[in-house]
Design a protein around this ligand. Structure first.
Ligand code: SF4
Length: 191
């Protein structure tokens, strides 16, 4: 039997519309958002998210750890960044664990175009929630062109193993006769 989620898409500046759909959310609600990279202000402000959270009694705010090295690559420092950016009005659940390796395995019901059945690795604590209120911002993205609501749900809900899977097709390549040995790639590569 197909078990499709009901999805509402509302623009972030339509606060009354957001308020009107919230009663449709069933069971335990989590608020998936993005706390912003340290030193960066390109994310939905804590003030606006607080305004929306207040409409549903401040549910836990959900996020996962990131793959690259930095202040959001483990749960405790990710929490600190969130608090510093003003996300101090509700509990925070970094739901793939301290190191991002706490996974919930989901078998895909259909095969992909290569005829393979796929397993997705999402953050384990996601199983504690029945509905998600997802607040996404838009960004330019080096691999996809754009990142927004879908990225916030796919990469944003994945545990470390799931994120590694999604990045597995991306490999750097050097055209040796064009390399000037400037060292820029070495300085910028996190691994
Ligand atoms: S960034 Fe510089 S060192 Fe790295 S591959 Fe390109 S030209 Fe070569």
């Amino acid at each position: 039997m197909e078990n499709k989620a009901k999805v509402y898409f509302v623009k972030l500046n339509e606060l009354e519309k957001i308020r009107s759909v919230l009663p449709q959310f069933e069971g335990k609600l989590g608020l998936k958002c993005h706390f912003g990279e340290e030193g960066n202000d390109a994310f939905v402000s804590a003030d606006l998210i607080k305004q929306i959270a207040s409409m549903v009694n401040y549910p836990p705010m959900l996020e996962t750890t990131v793959l690259y090295r930095g202040s959001r690559s483990n749960a405790s420092s990710h929490n600190e960044v969130a608090r510093k950016h003003g996300f101090d009005f509700a509990d925070i659940d970094i739901f793939d664990g301290e190191e991002g390796d706490n996974s919930l395995e989901i078998e895909m019901s259909r095969e992909n175009k290569n005829g393979e059945a796929k397993t997705y690795f999402l953050g384990k604590n996601l199983e504690n929630y029945d509905s998600l209120l997802v607040i996404s911002h838009f960004k330019g993205h080096i691999a996809a062109g754009f990142g927004g609501a879908i990225k916030n749900l796919s990469m944003g809900l994945a545990a470390r193993r799931g994120k590694l899977d999604m990045h597995a097709g991306v490999k750097h390549q050097v055209t040796e006769n064009e390399c000037t040995i400037c060292g820029t790639c070495i300085k910028n590569c996190p691994v």
